[in-house]
Write a new protein. Sequence first.
Length: 278
Amino acid sequence: MFFLFSLSCTNKDQVENSGVLGLLNAGSGTPEYFEFSNEAVNLNYKTYGDAKSSQDQKLIKESYLVFETGDIDKSYSNIVAVIKKYNGYIQDDSAEKDYYRIIRRLTVRIPTANFQNTIDDVSKNVEYFDTKQTTLRDVTEEFIDLEARLKAKKELEKRYLELLKKAKNVQELLEVEKELSHIREEIEAKQGRLKYLENKVSLSSINIEFYKTNSESKVTKSYGSKMWNAIVSGFDGLSTFFLGILYIWPFIIILIIVFFIIKRWLKKRKKNEANSKK
């Protein structure tokens, strides 16, 4: 009695036309013979393909909104009220401040059924959007495909479990358990991907960025700031110059001494030349 494993699928993620052809006739005179091949169990995709036309579209919806506001806190309160109204929540909330602007950024998750209503209500309090962008990604095909592959993998798992019960020795037991381990890993991976897609489909994302521009005159303040920076830089440069002199004072003294020696020598030489002419 022996097991013949002929798993000849060329792609691990490809379904799983491979299956189990089990001549499970234990107790009969015929030896138990288990062959695994591409054509062993024909998992018919037509059944799953027909379901695609009747299944609702799976859309991942995302939006990105940017606008200026005169009151950061008021805009934040209005947005929070809209989010609560439509049963959403804030996933990320951050704020920053630079020389010109105060910025608030929110990542909102909202039930997909309330996606457009949320955007419309937020827009009521906005005079003008710097950016207003919405994207839709259809993942229906991937969703159907994952469900089909997952069903095929679970069917294959059942067949291997049947083989596990019929294993007659440790070697056969280990071989079947090894294959079962691989199948279960693939099942968990596909279940994880399906869960991720279901979350993205059921809860849409809205990224909102709103900011307030400082009311002070940018030109006046900027020009005055530049003048002050120039004055400070001038003092810094002067200080650096004097510090540099202090660093090289021994060389300066040597140069002064050499200068006086040369000057004295030239003066003495000139005097000697004048005396020799007399």
